[in-house]
Design a protein around this ligand. Structure first.
Ligand SMILES: NC(=O)c1ccc[n+]([C@@H]2O[C@H](COP(=O)([O-])OP(=O)(O)OC[C@H]3O[C@@H](n4cnc5c(N)ncnc54)[C@H](O)[C@@H]3O)[C@@H](O)[C@H]2O)c1
Length: 339
């Protein structure tokens, strides 16, 4: 099986590449290296697996994308603009990276002739602000309308330019399965975290909180800090991508909500408490107004992935965060340079 991973030098992409290369698959990563620090991931992969192919290209370059997609059986499409804040500052660049970039992947798959499988990393942001009454319980908010989390049947409500561009790409993916019979699968990911994540204030909040705290820098919390997210350790996500690929002809055209679920949900303030215990020190925080597009509570209902793919998250938050902390302590220089 030949796998092309766009954005393959990034956090999720490099873990997927590492996993599939360790399973003796043929992997090509395609990345424009626009994210600071990802050359380090590419160097790590090429040292560990000299047979990997690394292509420096932008997904907006249709001619190259078309040539590369034609040579692969599977495309895992992760490349794109990844932050809500950046999308608000530059909506055109966000649109071009996420909508045109994804459209290029799908057109390349359609024109390839052999119907390669295409897996897409979408986002919980496609559900927008969400209905329901928000109540405060201890250090966290809770949404009374979603006791088991948000399922795939929840109406879409794209919010923020990032929500719109990811949502448009998500719907194109879904439709290319219906209209052209391309086996596409959309994974609407909540917060993914883990080792090698170069989290910054604009994206990768859990890693950002951990890194700032480790370096004793002031941490800004936008909003009250009671906002809740479900968090999923990277290894659990990688297993899900593998399950999807093993079942691709059964699940082509499906959409799955992906996250840690209720059992792996944290408010920002709960994370601070956990990090303070782990690091055995007080963390400096300040508060600023809530940012646009920020949901008060988002927790995924992952029962569809459990039912259809027999997948469920396994790594408890504390274990995953501890693994990330151990990695961060061993890679301080890298983190100081790139985050
Ligand atoms: N990390 C999360 O919590 C999370 C949650 C939901 C969705 N996602 C989605 O998952 C995907 C991967 O996220 P990540 O956390 O690994 O981000 P990342 O920034 O670490 O990886 C993205 C990679 O894509 C590359 N890239 C960006 N624009 C490109 C372009 N136009 N052409 C080619 N390469 C380009 C970057 O250089 C980077 O290596 C993204 O599509 C993101 O929207 C991530």
């Amino acid at each position: 099986m030949k796998i092309l991973i766009t954005g393959g030098a990034g956090f999720i992409g490099m873990h997927l590449a590492d996993y599939f290369l360790s399973k003796r698959k043929h992997v090509t990563i395609l990345d424009n290296f626009s994210r600071k620090g990802v050359t380090y991931n590419a160097a790590y992969l090429s040292k560990k697996y000299p047979r990997i192919t690394i292509v420096k290209t932008d997904v907006r370059d249709f001619a190259t994308v078309k040539r590369k997609v034609k040579k692969h059986d599977v495309v895992i499409h992760l490349a794109g603009q990844v932050a809500v804040t950046t999308s608000i500052a530059n909506p055109r660049a966000d649109f071009e990276n996420n909508v045109i970039g994804t459209f290029n992947i799908l057109e390349a798959a359609r024109l390839a002739g052999h119907k390669p499988a295409v897996l897409y990393a979408s986002t919980n942001k496609v559900y927008g602000k969400l209905r329901g009454k928000i109540v405060k319980k201890g250090k966290r908010y809770s949404n009374l309308a979603f006791p088991n989390g948000v399922s795939e049947t929840e109406p879409l409500d794209f919010y923020s330019p990032y929500g719109c561009s990811k949502g448009a790409a998500d719907q194109y993916m879904h439709d290319y399965a219906r209209i052209y019979g391309i086996p596409t699968v959309v994974l609407r990911q909540s917060c993914i975290y883990g080792t090698r994540q170069l989290g910054v204030e604009d994206q990768g909040w859990l890693a950002h909180f951990l890194i700032q705290s480790m370096f004793e820098k002031l941490l800004t919390i936008y909003g009250t800090g009671y906002q809740v997210r479900d968090v999923l350790y990277i290894d659990d996500l990688v297993f899900l991508y593998d399950k999807v690929l093993q079942n691709i002809y059964r699940v082509g055209g499906e959409v799955f909500n992906v996250g840690g679920g209720n059992a792996r949900s944290l408010s920002l303030l709960e994370l601070i408490v956990l990090l303070e215990k782990m690091m055995k020190k007080k963390i400096n925080i300040s508060f600023a107004p809530k940012r646009p597009g920020d949901q008060d509570v988002y927790v995924s209902d992952t029962s569809k992935a459990k039912k259809i793919l027999n997948w469920k998250p396994l790594t408890p938050c504390k274990t995953g965060i501890l693994m990330m902390y151990e990695w961060a302590k061993a890679n301080k220089d890298l983190l100081l340079e790139f985050t």
